[in-house]
Design a protein around this ligand. Sequence first.
Ligand SMILES: [Zn+2]
Length: 388
Amino acid sequence: METRKLVIKNIGLILSGDMQNPIFDGDCIIAIDGKISAWGKEKDLDTEGATTLVDAKGVTLAPGLIDSHVHPVIGDYTPRQQQINWIDSTLHGGVTTLISAGEVHLPGRPKDVVGLKAMAIASQRWYENFRPSGVKVHAGAPILENGMVEQDFKDLADAGVKLLGEVGLGTVKDGKTAKQMVGWARKYGIQSTIHTGGPSIPGSGLIDADMVLETGTDVIGHINGGHSALPDDQIICLCESCTAGLEIVHNGNERAALLTLNTARELKQLDRVILGTDGPAGSGVQPLGILRMVAMLSSLGDIPAEIAFCFANGNTSRQRELDTGILEVGKCADFVLMDQAQHAPGKNILESVQMGNLPGVGMTIIDGVVTSLRSRNTPPADRLPEVI
Ligand SMILES: [Zn+2]
């Protein structure tokens, strides 16, 4: 097959996804066959032979945003709100990767062990085989039910399942059982997360800090509640008492989100902060949810915008062991190109975001392929990247 070479030139600002070094020098990025190969000054790079050439027109490039907490079901349809194309809309919000916290909205979702395993494997496959609008959906996240044994986790892992759905959404409601199952999952390379806080909808239950800590998942799912947050002292305790990812979601409590952020900052552990929407859910879908979280945390939490963006890509990449979301040689060429929105205050995109404004998305790229142009959902920017 012919080598695919993507060259993006005239980039105004390169955000890296790396909190230690969030802004990279340069105005040009090159990707070969969908993987990042080089960046820097255009004059220093080999830009010959591009199969796709993008003129960024001076806008900002960042690794594609990652939503760490979604509830997909099938294709680009969600039964929860009877809505189609919510993933396409999310791509228009700069998100190129979605991570399932459980396909819980499937009508008639099987709760017996063989059924839930079959569904998890099928979900993993249909999103592996079909990317809605090009978006990478990591799904097939089974919900823990009583009666599962170690062999079930081995079977799931052998079949390609890499995630657990939120612990606590099924019949496993006690820390002791949950801890044992999460341990089995981890043994076979399956990542875990947990529903933190009060019940989300009728039928779900409370999960408090004691249960979260006893269970010991890799990620503390929606630490700011989905929707109802735990009391402040429990949120602080969770931040202080473990090293798990601190996932803040759009569908949660914004005050609790800021408490989590401030606690993580005091602990000098902002690298644990990752973002999700928790959509589709009772709150609907949030195509701009991740951008809104970046702007909210940057403005109300007093976080430089270039750092807040890392919560939405690089931190999640590291926490979730993904090959995207950070600017490194060999990582997937998944990008969002964006600029300060028209008439938004601030002297540049970073200042504008830190004042609480959304940027205008002008293009997304996944695996080195242009997947969307000017966003139909974000406020428009003056400058628009162009495929030449
Ligand atoms: Zn939840």
